[in-house]
Design a protein around this ligand. Structure first.
Ligand code: PLP
Length: 351
């Protein structure tokens, strides 16, 4: 309890956060078209959004070359990650474990461990990619699922596509592989990076996507899972899925999904801010990992907690909970240029 009150005191003491660069949101969204569709959907929002969700699912199915019953929509992808974790925990039993790389995004793993399942982790390679040989070697009867986040959070690194494809081919006949593609649109070549082909081939591969990042929908909540129809059917029993999506968000998602110009704009803005941040870090004598996402991961030269406090005092929120490869790390989301300048000013004072 005293730890809690200390944290409350710390939060109360800091000035208002002016640059929120801690949750990988996209300040360039939602698009104008999405906002217009959202407002126009308000009068009819006494209706369940059945038709618009069916239409959204159909559009996604066409775009990805999969059947409509291969897709489960959700209010964000997070609930689909936890629903998947709960389904496999139920199916494989509490003596099973999830296998993943480390560090990576923890939401699915955490949901599994919270209901008593184990977590087996394999460190990333020295190039920050997944160690597919070690992951393969760790797959046992007790493995319920392999979780891969690509591009990875917090590193921002995109995995080697050929190696990941080969891993899916050799491991998926034994165990399901869950690929979290939340940041796929920011990769240089999303079509070559995605493992959707594995789903199209009928492999036991599940892919999660979200509108929270490139579409700027973190607060509107739209995501989807793509997998074999029989798997989708089972997982849908463990998550509210589309029934958690509001009519307004459904209409906004339909508009945004078809707004290819906005996606290009979103990525271009992200790249501008990324180049600016790289320059600031370089000038201050810091290294960073090349990012295929809307955040950058870099080693810091002081204790993570202190760095976070010093940045918070200056109105900038970032994340620093990682101790990895003998260093403390900071993950900073790419915001607007104004926010990145605030980061730069604060960083120069303490770096
Ligand atoms: N997967 C990854 C890798 C993420 O970084 C996030 C959010 O930051 C999510 C999933 C969940 O996002 P949402 O529930 O908004 O779709």
């Amino acid at each position: 309890a005293s730890g809690m009150s200390q944290r409350k005191k710390f939060l109360a003491d800091i000035p208002a956060i002016k640059a929120r660069l801690s949750a990988n949101e996209n300040p360039f969204g939602p698009s104008e078209k999405a906002k217009k569709a959202l407002m126009q959907a308000v009068p009819d929002s006494y209706l369940y959004p059945r038709e618009s969700l069916m239409q959204l699912r159909k559009l996604i199915a066409q775009e990805e070359g999969v059947s409509e019953d291969s897709i489960l929509l959700g209010a964000g992808s997070g609930g689909l990650l936890t629903g998947t974790a709960l389904y496999f925990a139920f199916k494989a039993g509490s003596d099973s474990h999830i296998l993943s790389g480390d560090p990576s995004y923890m939401q699915l793993v955490r949901a599994a461990t919270q209901v008593g399942c184990g977590w087996e982790k394999v460190s990333l390679t020295k190039d920050y990619d997944y160690d597919y040989d070690s992951l393969s070697a760790k797959v046992t009867d007790k493995t319920s699922l392999v979780y891969i986040c690509n591009p990875n959070n917090p590193t921002g690194i995109v995995s080697n596509s050929q190696k990941l494809m080969a891993f899916c081919e050799s491991v998926s006949p034994k165990k399901p592989i869950f690929i979290d593609e939340a940041y796929i649109d920011y990769a240089d070549d999303p079509k070559k990076t995605t493992m959707m082909e594995c789903v199209r081939k009928g492999q036991n591969v599940l892919i999660a996507r979200t509108f929270s990042k490139v579409h700027g929908f973190a607060g509107l909540r739209i995501g989807y899972l793509v997998a074999k129809p029989e798997t989708i059917k089972e997982i849908s029993k463990f998550t509210p899925g589309p029934s958690a999506i509001s009519a307004t968000s459904a209409q906004a998602a339909l508009a945004s999904y078809q707004d290819k110009e906005f996606i290009k704009y979103s990525i271009a803005k992200n790249n501008e801010c990324k180049a600016f941040l790289y320059k600031v870090l370089k000038e201050q004598g810091y290294n960073y990992l090349p990012s295929a996402t809307n955040f950058v991961f870099f080693p810091i030269k002081m204790d993570g907690k202190r760095f976070l406090e010093e940045m918070s005092k200056r109105g900038v929120s970032i994340r620093t909970e990682w101790q990895y490869a003998g260093q403390n790390w900071c993950r900073v989301s790419l915001g607007t240029m104004e926010q990145m300048k605030m980061f730069a000013d604060a960083f120069k004072e303490i770096a």
